[in-house]
Each structure stands twice: as structure tokens, then as C-alpha cells.
Ligand binder design. Structure first.
Ligand SMILES: [Zn+2]
Length: 429
């Protein structure tokens, strides 16, 4: 019966609306009693609405319904309607207003898979549309009458919110205080849900995952989680953190993480021609150079440690030449350069004395081939690979290597991971 009603509803929508389904959300008076229901107080205070009889309602022509939420009147945003003696409130705007991430099927999803999934940090609610069944944190609860899906909105009996409130979802909602409603395909929703036990699924990022899913419908869920963990849902150079342990060999320096003001590594060593690297990286670099030479492969440095001021000069010039967006692809802003760490090198072939790296086409040289095969054995990794531009924020740089130590370098090499992805796959607490 409930399902038949749901289906019939869509077809009859225009007609019923015009006739007398009161899409009214104003002030309702029933025999002088103000009808309102509040987030935390709804329940006993709800008057007997079942006494209404649709178009024959004694309140016709202007029954008014106030929807109160935490003491404020949200009737304007949250349409409620009254049909066949029952009150329905649109669930999505209310949940959104409460800061619950709502993941529901798109209107085009098949009717058999229409589920509303509402989530907060610690709670999760599933509801099959058109039924009375609700599952809150695994517990099954029942609405007094079935919900209705109409267009892309979901109409539920007010008791829906009572149930949520009883489940203490509301307290948490107050804390989260975020607004987001996301509509995605059920299969995507399920895929995100299936990833909940992934060690690096951070519940704190739930809203961001959901939003990223919506914006990147073709990205697999593993990548959604990793990329959001890596902050890639935020534009580069926004929400920047100052690096807490700049001297850490595994320091992550990128467009979200900058070196503290005035940071200069303490253990810089000259590795020849005035190029400086931190002691551990310098030693590894010397070993690597030696090993390459033994195989008849020779290369030289074009750059190693760069101070803030040097980087500032390079970046300023790049912007003047190419404009900001192009410069940002190839040049780090001062404070954000890996060269600032004293752990990064730019290499080139020895015969190229003054030409630009781009003109050398380093990726076509035997030196590059050797680096591809052996750099990780000495703790160096290709930092800006061609297929990870969207992750690193930098164009392909076949000449730029970063020292991370041999263990990590081997892992990154074997799993084809960038440092961004590596850290994004760290386990949550
Ligand atoms: Zn470089």
C-alpha cells in the first residue's frame, strides 16, 4: 500500500498540489493549540494529527504548520505537507540544516534501490524509502507511516526526527555544525560505506569524502579516501599547515605544508660545486653517484638545497615570465619548495652545461633510465611523476628526486606512491 502510494504520488503530483495537498508550512492551529514540533521536544507534545482528513479538514483552506528546530522556526526551509490525515516533513533540508551528511540516491535511481543514508561522525542511519523501517546504528526502528520519495526530496513523518533525536544523533549534529547534503548513486553510496573499515578511513573526513564523491563521480572510492586525506579536495595553497618537524627525513612539503619561517637545515654538507644537502642525503647521494659511475652512468647536479630567498627569486621570475597558474605548475612558492628541505636534488647529464632541463629531455637519457631502476636503492624517489600531477600539484619532473631513506624509497617505488599518498594511507587513530 505504501509503495503504491509512493508511485502514484509522482504522477499525481501536479494535480494534487493544485487541488489540496497543502504544501503549507506556516502556522497551524488545531482547536487553538499551536502545532509545533521541536527537535528535542517532539513526541508527547505532538497533537493528534491523525484527526485530519485531507481536503475535508476543518482547517481548510489554510492549515498552517510550524516546524521548529532547536527553538527556531525553520518552516521556510523545510517544506511540510499534509496528506490523507498525515503530516510529512521534507527530510533533506532539515538534515542538511542540522549538519548531517545525507547520501541518498539520485532521482533517476531505480526505485528498488532507494535508500536514505544519513551519517554523522559516530552515527549512521539507513532508511528504505517508501517503508517504515529505519536502521539507526544497526538497531531497527519503525515509523508510524511510510516515507515518500518525490522528485529528489524525501518526505518523512515527524517521528523520523524523534527517532534520530532519541538516538542522540542531535547532540552530535550540534557539535558538527556543518551543512552538507549530497546526492549520489546508491552504488557509490554503498561503495563508500564498504570502505568504512579501511584503516585510513577517517570518520572526521566523512563529509569531505561524501562531497568529493559527488564532485568526482568516476573516481574509485579508494582514491576518494586517499585524496581527501591528502587534502586534495581543497585548492592548493589553501588551508596550509606549518610543518611541525621540518628536520624529519620524511618531511612532507607540498602545496599544503610549508616550512616554518626562517627554517634552515642544520646539517647541510657540500656535495660538490657548492651544492648543499643534509648529511644523510649527502652521504646517500655520494654512494649513488659512485654506483652509477661504476656502471658507466654519469650525471651532475643542477640544484640541491635552496634557501627561502633563492626560491623567492626563482618563483618571482617564473610568475613574471609565465603568470601565476603556469608558474605554480613548475615552481614552488617560497617556503613550499622541497629544495628548502635539503633533501631534494635536480639532476642532469654532464654534457649539458647551460641548457635548460626541459631542452635536455632528461627522460630520454640513459641517466634517467638508471635513476628509474636504482635511485630508490639509495633512498631517492622520483617526486613528481607524470601520472601524479593532480596529486603533487606539479608537472612531471623526471630530474627531481627526493631523499626519504632506503626503506621508504623502496616502498614508494614498489607501490608507485607519491609521498602525499603514502601519508594519506597512514592509519587513523
Ligand atoms: Zn627540483
Amino acid at each position: 500500500m505504501a509503495k503504491a502510494k509512493t508511485k502514484a504520488k509522482t504522477k499525481a503530483k501536479a494535480k494534487t498540489k493544485a487541488r489540496n495537498i497543502f504544501l503549507v508550512l506556516l502556522i497551524c492551529s488545531i482547536g487553538g493549540i499551536g502545532v509545533s514540533w521541536g527537535w528535542n521536544t517532539y513526541g508527547n507534545e505532538m497533537p493528534g494529527v491523525s484527526g485530519f482528513t485531507g481536503e475535508d479538514s476543518p482547517l481548510d483552506p489554510s492549515p498552517k504548520l510550524t516546524v521548529m528546530l532547536n527553538g527556531s522556526d525553520v518552516s521556510q526551509t523545510c517544506s511540510a505537507h499534509y496528506e490523507e490525515g498525515q503530516i510529512y516533513v521534507s527530510a533533506l533540508p532539515l538534515l542538511e540544516q542540522l549538519g548531517v551528511a545525507v547520501l541518498a540516491p539520485s532521482p533517476s535511481a531505480s526505485s528498488s534501490s532507494k535508500t536514505l543514508w544519513a551519517v554523522t561522525k559516530d552515527h549512521e542511519l539507513h532508511h528504505s524509502l517508501g517503508t517504515t523501517q529505519i536502521s539507526l546504528d544497526g538497531k531497527t526502528l519503525t515509523l508510524e507511516y511510510p516515507s515518500i520519495l518525490e522528485g529528489d526530496n524525501v518526505y518523512v513523518p515527524p517521528s523520523f526526527f524523534e527517532i534520530i533525536s532519541a538516538g542522540q544523533l542531535s547532540q552530535e549534529i550540534d557539535e558538527i555544525n556543518m551543512n552538507l547534503a549530497v546526492l549520489v548513486e546508491s552504488s557509490r553510496l554503498q561503495a563508500l560505506n564498504d570502505k568504512k573499515n579501511t584503516p585510513y578511513f577517517h570518520a572526521d573526513h566523512l563529509f569531505r569524502y561524501a562531497d568529493y564523491v559527488k564532485k568526482n563521480p568516476d573516481l574509485n572510492m579508494e582514491k576518494v579516501i586517499i585524496y581527501v586525506n591528502a587534502n586534495l579536495d581543497k585548492p592548493f595553497y589553501t588551508d596550509v599547515s606549518v610543518i611541525v618537524q621540518p628536520e624529519d627525513i620524511l618531511v612532507l612539503c607540498n602545496k599544503y605544508n610549508q616550512f616554518p619561517d626562517g627554517y634552515v637545515p642544520k646539517d647541510l654538507k657540500n656535495v660538490g660545486s657548492g651544492f648543499l644537502l643534509r648529511a644523510e642525503a649527502a652521504e646517500a647521494y655520494q654512494k649513488m653517484t659512485q654506483a652509477a659511475a661504476e656502471h658507466g652512468v654519469f650525471f651532475r647536479l643542477r640544484s640541491a638545497y635552496r634557501s627561502y630567498r633563492e626560491q623567492q627569486g626563482l618563483y618571482t621570475n617564473a610568475v613574471a615570465r609565465q603568470g601565476t597558474s603556469q608558474a605554480d605548475l613548475y615552481s614552488a612558492r617560497p617556503g613550499y619548495s622541497e629544495h628548502h628541505s635539503g633533501l631534494a636534488i635536480d639532476v642532469t647529464i654532464p654534457t649539458n652545461v647551460s641548457g635548460s632541463l626541459a631542452s635536455v629531455r632528461f627522460e630520454n637519457t640513459p641517466q634517467f633510465a638508471w635513476f628509474q631502476q636504482h635511485a630508490h636503492e639509495y633512498g631517492f624517489v622520483l617526486r613528481y611523476p607524470s601520472d601524479k600531477v593532480s596529486v603533487t600539484g606539479y608537472a612531471y619532473e623526471p630530474w627531481h628526486y627526493r631523499y626519504v631513506g632506503t626503506d621508504t624509497a623502496k616502498t614508494l617505488h614498489a607501490q608507485e606512491l607519491t609521498l602525499e599518498e603514502y601519508f594519506a594511507m597512514e592509519q587513523g587513530e
